[in-house]
Design a binder for this molecule. Structure first.
Ligand SMILES: *Cc1c(COP(=O)(O)O)cnc(C)c1O
Length: 384
């Protein structure tokens, strides 16, 4: 969607805003389930809360499209509603798609347990080995699905190679860009067809709602919207309001988190009891150069391993005072977890090992507390 404003910072505040209602600077919550029908010429144009077309939805759609640099965008009731609906739009019974092998846990379960019931098959691919991808194609392969930064090891897939491969083989490209947020990366600029987010994370940034985002070309987003309207994964207007409010600080939040998480990662890397730190902003990270090339910031997430493995990790988690020991990420509060117990619990220890996820690996989502104080708290908990 075209926007008159040049910078991301200004678009976050002003893009998509309708004329002030009754002079209010902030768009109010339109707590109305239904709207006068005289303008509707199709089912999907009727003003109705489930059809994702109240003024609260419309403003978000325009603002998000402006941030992602896409023709159109759509909000959904959760990240998983956005992901499942997008996949069920571009794929049908009898189709096959390729998915990156280290998926977010919920998506992994959807792809391996639910989609096969709908006749949709998939094969996992190793993003680090493009030479192996062609061998995985089938006659009915229609799409390729990736994540912009993998969880919890923060690897950066060869995204330009994914686009080139998809163009060559006529595949629809989908990317879950939750970990990067549009502040650090706008995948549509690289050529991705559908950009997906759990807006529960950086988009909203305050750990108080669940929401999803789909962005892309108008015709494709329209198809996803129609499917979402039927599946019912709408975002409630009150949650739209909170997302709208949360989003307005996304640029400053994410930039602060980019910086703070790197400070914390460097501090941990220098500590003798920390054996490994995964953060794409560190020079020791295997795809550091690619992260610098593709992203304008390396994000607020990091993971690390301690000497002493699981026992040392659990001891540390029992001693931290600043980060909350809880799953999820991207909010103003720092959150810390052991992925083997949370996001990657459904994998067997052997599967985790194959992905390089140590049992004692600790994942940290850096919030907006002072970075020196976060680091000092972690070091105190490690040394305890
Ligand atoms: C949280 C998350 C999701 C799922 O989003 P919900 O809003 O919880 O439905 C999908 N992908 C990634 C990368 C996530 O972190």
């Amino acid at each position: 969607m075209a926007s008159d404003f040049e910078s991301l910072e200004t678009r976050i505040i002003h893009a998509g805003e309708p004329d002030p209602f009754a002079g209010a600077v902030v768009l109010p919550i339109f707590q109305s389930s239904t709207y006068l029908t005289f303008k509707a010429d199709s089912y999907h144009d009727q003003g109705y809360i489930r059809l994702n077309n109240t003024p609260n939805h419309e403003a978000l759609h325009a603002k998000i499209a402006s941030l992602e640099g896409t023709e159109d965008a759509l909000v959904a009731g959760s990240g998983m509603a956005a992901i499942s609906t997008a996949l069920l739009t571009v794929l049908k019974s009898g189709d096959h798609f390729l998915a990156i092998n280290c998926l977010y846990g919920g998506t992994h379960a959807l792809v391996t347990k639910d989609l096969p019931d709908f006749g949709i098959e998939s094969t996992f691919f190793d993003a680090g080995r493009p030479e192996t991808w062609e061998g995985l194609l089938r006659k009915n392969t229609r799409a390729i699905y990736v994540e912009s930064l993998t969880n919890p090891l923060l690897q950066v897939p060869d995204l330009p190679a994914v686009i080139e491969f998809a163009q060559k083989h006529d595949l629809v490209t989908l990317i879950d860009s939750t970990f990067t947020s549009p502040v650090n990366f706008r995948p549509a600029e690289l050529g991705f067809d559908l950009v997906l987010h759990s807006a529960t994370k950086y988009y909203n940034g305050h750990d108080d709602i669940v929401a999803g985002v789909v962005a892309g070309k108008k015709a494709l987003v329209e198809r996803v919207k129609h499917r979402l309207n039927h599946l019912g994964g709408t975002l409630d207007p009150h949650a739209c309001f909170l997302l709208h409010r949360g989003m307005k600080t996304m640029a400053v939040r994410v930039r602060a988190q980019n910086e703070s998480s790197l400070t914390v990662a460097k501090g941990l890397e220098a500590h003798p009891k920390v054996t490994r730190v995964h953060h794409p902003g560190l020079e020791s990270h295997p795809q550091h150069a690619r992260a610098r090339e593709l992203f304008s910031g390396t994000g607020g997430m990091l993971s690390f391993e301690l000497e002493g493995g699981v026992a040392a990790a659990d001891k540390m988690l029992s001693r931290v005072r600043i980060p909350y020991v809880a799953p999820s990420l991207g909010g103003v509060e720092s959150l810390i977890t052991r992925p083997a117990l949370t996001a990657h619990k459904s994998l067997t220890p052997e599967e985790r090992k194959a992905f390089g996820i140590a049992e004692g690996l600790i994942r940290l989502s850096v919030g907006l507390e002072h970075p020196d104080e976060i680091l000092a708290d972690l070091v105190r908990a490690i040394e305890g």
